[in-house]
Design a protein around this ligand. Structure first.
Ligand SMILES: *[C@@H]1O[C@H](CO)[C@@H](O)[C@H](O)[C@H]1NC(C)=O
Ligand SMILES: *[C@@H]1O[C@H](CO)[C@@H](O)[C@H](O)[C@H]1NC(C)=O
Ligand SMILES: *[C@@H]1O[C@H](CO)[C@@H](O)[C@H](O)[C@H]1NC(C)=O
Ligand SMILES: *[C@@H]1O[C@H](CO)[C@@H](O)[C@H](O)[C@H]1NC(C)=O
Length: 397
């Protein structure tokens, strides 16, 4: 082999090594103090700006330590893929006035090829906010910042990330495409208001694989336009369970199509798996929704379809016009905390179509007797389910 060849090969290899070595932007070099007190937001935001503009793939390093930070914005588009490696804990201001008018505390927006990892935490310090959240009374729930707002991301991944005590939703995923969330931990007490764990709306191809979610509202909720969503290996509870909806509150909602929820364990929650739509809704679609291999531990209503969802009263009389079709509940086992374990209440305007229930075994230990079920406006296909859980009671339509 000629020395010329070796020279060229060596040069090529060097070029490859240089190309794949991510450039690192350590927030401490940008002045972050990580003393839990000084506001490090500017340092972190500046490190991001340089990483995002870098001519090679790059990494923003947020090392060990406690960082106090006002609003953080990870805004694209970026020149190359960027990784944000968070090893420390980033804390939001407790005082809601410090983030006034902002819908997100940490915002990731319009980035392709983003990776967020490192095992660190985002602590929203929400306890003050929960005490002033009056949305159960007013129905207006959007005046507080979401911990992690993911908007317009594509081909991206969040891995080993923890969200603690968000003021409102922990993670809100909107207009994203091909996003994987792996090993996500979410932690807030069961009395924290409107702290949905992971909410997904108007997004395609989101894969949640492995999550441990303890919070005060839905562990995972799927809003309008959620399509090709996979939720697997999730532990949920306390919380309100895993939900599709609520749907039909607003005009021009997009269809929810293609949701699989598999191998999840739901413990001490208000609901297990649920589909909820508002009465008096505009037309809409929820189809191809599959719930399988789910263990329920002491869940108040393990299986629930509710097309008369109206949590604050004052709803229209008219039936929901969200058309629910191609739904399955398969291999769902465990215990119900109330006697009425299965409720499938479909719209009297548009009955549910093509609903399959199979291998559902839920027990209730109260003195009223064994677990029961009730249904309206649905004729499910049933296999391997005791009669008491297979629409034992039919409500008038
Ligand atoms: C989806 O995103 C991942 C990065 O998280 C990427 O490796 C993969 O190629 C993307 N898939 C498509 C179809 O673009
Ligand atoms: C979700 O991600 C996991 C881990 O990367 C992968 O094994 C699984 O196939 C993905 N599922 C879907 C539906 O993309
Ligand atoms: C089911 O989920 C648990 C986590 O809750 C995980 O440890 C286990 O490996 C998963 N099983 C399968 C078959 O994916
Ligand atoms: C079961 O759930 C009920 C109602 O949510 C709760 O009061 C009770 O403490 C739970 N039981 C156990 C053993 O966790």
């Amino acid at each position: 082999m000629g020395s010329k060849f070796i020279e060229v090969a060596t040069l090529l290899m060097l070029a490859l090594v240089t190309k794949t070595q991510a450039v690192s932007f350590d927030v401490k070099r940008y002045g972050a103090k990580a003393n839990g007190n000084t506001d490090d937001a500017t340092a972190i935001n500046n490190a991001w700006k340089d990483a995002c503009a870098a001519t090679d793939p790059s990494t923003v390093v947020i090392g060990e330590g406690t960082y106090m930070a006002g609003s953080l914005t990870f805004q694209g588009p970026c020149k190359n893929p960027v990784t944000v490696q968070v090893k420390g804990t980033i804390k939001a201001p407790k005082d809601t006035a410090k983030l006034k008018g902002q819908d997100g505390w940490v915002v990731f927006q319009n980035v392709k090829g983003l990776t967020v990892n490192g095992g660190g935490s985002f602590d929203g310090q929400g306890s003050v906010a929960w005490s002033i959240n009056d949305c159960a009374k007013t129905g207006q729930c959007n005046a507080l910042p979401i911990n992690l707002r993911l908007t317009g991301l594509a081909n991206s991944k969040f891995q080993d990330v923890t969200s603690i005590d968000s003021k409102l939703f922990h993670m809100n995923i909107i207009n994203c495409n091909n996003l994987t969330l792996q090993h996500i931990t979410i932690n807030a007490p069961d009395h924290s208001l409107n702290t949905d764990g992971i909410h997904i709306g108007r997004s395609k191809g989101v894969n949640i694989t492995g999550a441990d979610i303890k919070t005060g509202d839905d562990c995972v909720s799927l809003g309008d336009g959620a399509q090709q969503i996979n939720v697997e290996n999730v532990k949920c509870g306390p919380g309100h369970g895993i939900s599709v909806g609520s749907l039909g509150k607003y005009q021009n909602e997009e269809p929810v199509i293609g949701v699989t929820v598999r191998n999840c364990t739901i413990t001490n929650t208000m609901n297990g798996v649920r589909i909820k739509t508002w009465p008096g809704s505009p037309n809409g679609i929820a189809s191809n929704l599959h719930f399988e291999d789910i263990v329920m531990n002491n869940v108040s209503t393990p299986i629930l379809v509710d097309q008369t969802y109206c949590p604050y009263g004052q709803c229209e009389e008219a039936p929901s016009k969200i058309k629910i079709s191609d739904i399955s509940f398969k291999n769902i086992r465990g215990t119900s905390a109330t006697q009425l374990a299965v409720r499938i209440i479909c719209s009297k305007g548009i009955p549910c179509k093509n609903v399959a229930i199979s291998d559902v075994h839920l027990t209730y230990n109260g003195k009223e007797g064994p677990a029961t079920s009730e249904c309206a406006n649905v004729q499910p296909t049933v296999t391997g389910v005791p009669a008491s859980l297979a629409c034992a009671k039919s409500l008038p339509s």
